[in-house]
Design a binder for this molecule. Sequence first.
Ligand code: GLC
Length: 532
Amino acid sequence: MEWWQAGVIYQIYPRSFRDADGDGVGDLAGIAERAPYLADTLGVDAVWVSPFYPSPMDDFGYDVSDYCGVDPLFGTLEDFDRMREALHGCGVRLIVDLVPNHTSDRHPWFLASRSSRDDPRRDWYVWADPAPGGGPPNNWLAVFGGPAWEWDEATGQYYLHSFLRSQPDLNWRNPEVEAAMFDVVRFWLDRGVDGFRLDVAHFIMKDPQMRSNPPAAGPVAGTKDLKGYAAQEHLYDKGHPDVHAVFRRLRRLLDGAGRPVVSIGEIHIDDPEAWAAYYGERLDELHLPFNFRLLYAPWDADVVGGIVDDIEAAVPPGGWPNWVLGNHDEPRLATRYGPARARVAAMLLLTLRGTPTIYQGDELGLEEVPIPPGLEVDPWGLQVPGLGRDGCRTPMPWDGGPGGGFTSGRPWLPLGPQAPTHHVAAEEEDPASALNLYRALLRLRRAEPSLHGGGYARRDAPDGVLCYRRAAPGAAAATVALNFTAAPRVVDLPAGAVAASTGMDRAGERVAGATALGPDEGLVVLEGAQPE
Ligand code: GLC
């Protein structure tokens, strides 16, 4: 197995992980400093670090003005090298975030592109004339609200921006754009990275005829409510099939790196078959198209079990699944489901077949931090009320000191009401903490071939319980039973010993046949294992 199959990925949002220089914003030196936390305390195998490149920070780094540098807020390229060495020194792989769909409007490429219609870089972005009767070329909308077209007075054309107007979309139909972006990939490969997470990967190819989108048929169950953006069916403004050829070429580049380099795509596609196409017909595109289905799932054993079945069926033979329960764009896991269920969800995430990605702070059971009106900073929330992402992006509390051990300065977002109690130092001491549950599950997953590499089979279970068995040849099989309800349940389990329980109080217990599950309780049983 490859490292990105057997391992667990941890997402770092660098602004909020650890601030080493005291300016209130996290930095690369802070990540380097906490490499032992990642490797030893927690026990993850890789980190994906959200963008740290030079940026005007309109979208907190997802508006890049130089793909081959480090924003002074986060440090220098030398700090990047030190961070990579610190992580690699602890055995933690490093995945960087590549933002291929758009740049900042202050990127030199865009400055050149908008300088004149004759500039050699004009066609690096998506420019279009007004519609015949005037106004924007078509009805495309920006995810972050409003039309996706911005009028450029000086050159008399519109440019496309699928997100903020300061995030113009690159034109991937121009081979020079692909060549430039592949040079960026080579730059970071030469600097020793182990993978790339591709931001809104499927957005890069649009309908060449730029047809208007039809209206949406209606809300789709189990997806995020994107408000005004959801009024259209996004047939033409993203995900054109030509995107697959780009990913095949990217994959060849990565495969030539001389070491296993992973490609992970942010692909928000709900239909499992359409989503699975991003593995490539010959498994020659993305290693892991992010699977976001659990992010929007109601807490229901049948629904969640059905999603797992759908994904298991959709992943092509030889492809590897992956699971996500939180990231820097979504409300916190512990807020969506509540603290008790979030622990059951953690057991689900870390015992399914496929690579889990943990979002920083979810291992502490952090909840969404309420940001008072007027103090919100996320541009999405400011443009589309209700969709702000600040509450999941607040700093990591490390200890009970001032600034929560995150910063000696004034944190860029408040740490929130949980910080005085739910910090790393306190949770390390509390045997039943969320942190210790994550640690136990991570250790178990790493130790047991059935859990990090085995097959998946659903088992019969009473109403409200999801039960499955993970088995690998020559290794003890693991059976996982998750009670999604707040009432006790009895589940039929094979003979074995409890290896982990969400309450951290049943490990070692011998079970066989009818077994009691407490409310909101999950168990992992290793078959045939002797009690400790
Ligand atoms: C992705 C990122 C999000 C960003 C957007 C635009 O969805 O995860 O944080 O705002 O792309 O780059």
